[in-house]
Design a protein around this ligand. Structure first.
Ligand code: C2O
Ligand code: CU
Ligand code: CU
Length: 524
């Protein structure tokens, strides 16, 4: 991706706060904040093609066909309530699906892997983006191929806007170009090329770690912004790496305001100088760059807590035997570790991207105090508790409740419209597991057993982290930690949600996900 395309990835304010709306050719009102060649209204997509752009290195991309033009690696933007109605075409040599991570979806449109799209086939998908404003995303979810396909570049962003979101932009007086939606991945780069996905047996257990950051597909990303506030919606789309996100100006850390997380804005902003962002999690951040020339987003060093003993044998995915890898490399076959020069350990310092400040008047407005009407989470007395354990089994790997994923299994059934508290305990012999729930946002109630350095960042009641006070769909559990979540299993009244709906709960470390750390459950 060249520099111009990269800048096009930014979303800028267009007429927010003064009632001006851009009109899109479809006739639908476009979201208030957008610029750039890659920004596409969700409702304008006619076809979404999933293709392999480079058969040698196995790089893949999404191509949005709008009828009038085609946009590679689109950033979709939707006003809350807008619809998607498009054919998804699989031009890969492997089965795929498109899962819209974080959205409330009926099973039939969830793309969770129950009905993968075969190579050369297509599926028509229709849904409404009914969630609060926030950064959502879409990615492949065919069991056994998910890690390889996401690493190959199949990640799309979906920015949902609403009135609360408009109010934040207006309060920050954002100038065009000062709002960005960024997917941060790590890639294994050697000789200037991104190496194909080729994890060893050990990497299939611990995760596939890269040595360089890719931001919206670009290495060494530099984003030009103007002085004043910059609003960044950031997704961690590394296969396995956790990020401890901070912003450096030379030796100093630049404080920022946490505005929101996975499922939208917090009730009020939190001022921080670092924030953990594990795979699939998102943060919405405002940072004031007035008076600075360059601010470098970095993942700070931390103890990654990989507390496992021994190894586990590779997983057997029958489907993988029928389809070739994307770039002729073996997966979970090599027994030796990869060239250590090509990989950087989890928790190591990693520069992510730079904000270059050029021009602007940098009006010094305070950050907004109230962001949304979201109240802090509190479970009602009598809410039933469901308990789960995350374990390590030397014969299989990491598991939920000692049970490897089975496509046709339903671990449990939840009554539609009820609330549950989920008590999830990670074993001491473990790793951090970013656990993700399909279909429902949840609230974090409490943490226990968090290790010291993370515990020191817990400034909220119940030993919670600042990111725990919003609506989440993915939450990390450190080894030995117990987390209590509250989930509201209400489903829309809509016909599409009638009958039993199957969803998934899984680890979003992609090697763990393909490695069986996943369960199906049903809501009925
Ligand atoms: Cu981001 Cu089950 O998915
Ligand atoms: Cu999901
Ligand atoms: Cu995991």
């Amino acid at each position: 991706m060249d520099r111009r395309q990269f800048l096009g990835a930014g979303l800028a304010m267009v007429g927010a706060g003064c009632g001006v709306r851009m009109t899109e050719p479809t006739g639908l009102p476009a979201p208030a904040a957008l610029t750039g060649d890659r920004v596409v209204p969700l409702a304008a997509v006619r076809r979404l093609v999933v293709e392999r752009a480079d058969p040698v290195l196995g790089r893949c991309r999404y191509l949005a066909d709008l009828g009038t033009r085609q946009v590679p690696q689109p950033i979709l933007v939707a006003r809350r309530g807008e619809r998607f109605d498009a054919a998804i075409e699989n031009a890969l040599p492997q089965p795929t699906t498109v899962h819209f991570h974080g959205l409330t979806m009926p099973e039939a449109q969830d793309g969770a892997g129950f009905d993968p799209i075969a190579p050369g086939a297509q599926k028509h998908v229709r849904f409404e983006a009914r969630n609060r404003s926030g950064l959502y995303w879409f990615h492949p979810h065919p069991h056994g191929f998910t890690a390889e396909q996401i690493y190959a570049g199949l990640t799309g962003l979906l920015v949902v806007t609403d009135d609360d979101d408009d109010a934040v932009d207006a309060a920050l007086v954002l100038t065009p170009g000062n709002r960005l939606a960024l997917a941060v991945a790590d890639a294994r780069v050697a000789g200037g090329l991104i190496r194909p996905y080729e994890p060893s047996v050990d990497e299939c257990l611990h995760g596939w770690y890269g040595n360089r950051a890719l931001v919206n597909g670009a290495l060494d990303a530099h984003l030009v912004v103007k002085s004043g506030w910059v609003r960044l919606q950031i997704l961690n789309v590394c296969n396995a790496r956790g990020l401890l996100l901070a912003f450096r100006d030379g030796e100093n850390l630049v404080p920022f305001h946490l505005l929101g997380v996975d499922g939208g804005l917090l009730g009020s902003a939190r001022e921080l100088d670092r924030v953990f962002l594990h795979t699939a999690e998102r943060v919405d951040i405002a940072i004031n760059v007035t008076g600075r020339r360059e601010v470098v987003a970095t993942s700070l060093e931390f103890d990654p807590r990989h507390h496992t003993q021994g190894t586990a044998p590779p997983h057997h995915h029958p489907a993988r035997e029928r389809y070739p890898p994307l770039a002729g490399a073996g997966i979970c076959e090599r027994t030796s570790s990869a060239d250590p020069a090509d990989q950087l350990a989890d928790g190591a310092t990693l520069p992510l991207f730079a904000l270059r400040v050029q021009g602007g008047n940098g009006r010094a407005v305070p950050p907004p105090a109230r962001l949304s009407a979201l109240a802090d989470a509190a479970s009602e007395p009598g809410t039933p508790t469901r308990r789960m354990r995350l374990d390590f089994d030397e014969r299989v790997g990491f598991l939920i409740d000692q049970t490897p994923y089975r496509f046709d299994e339903i671990a449990f059934t939840v009554n539609r419209g009820t609330r549950e508290v989920w008590e999830i305990k990670n074993s001491p012999i473990s790793m951090p597991h970013p656990m993700h729930l399909h279909g429902f946002g949840f609230r974090v109630l409490r943490r226990q057993g968090t290790y010291g350095p993370v515990r020191r960042l817990a400034m909220e009641s119940g030993a919670r982290l600042p990111t725990d006070v919003g609506v989440k769909d993915t939450v990390v559990l450190w080894p030995n930690e117990t987390v209590w979540l509250e989930v509201d299993f209400a489903l829309p009244e809509d016909a599409a949600f009638r009958g039993r709906q199957r969803y998934m709960f899984h680890c979003h470390n992609l090697e763990h996900e393909d490695g069986m750390m996943m369960r199906n459950f049903a809501v009925a």
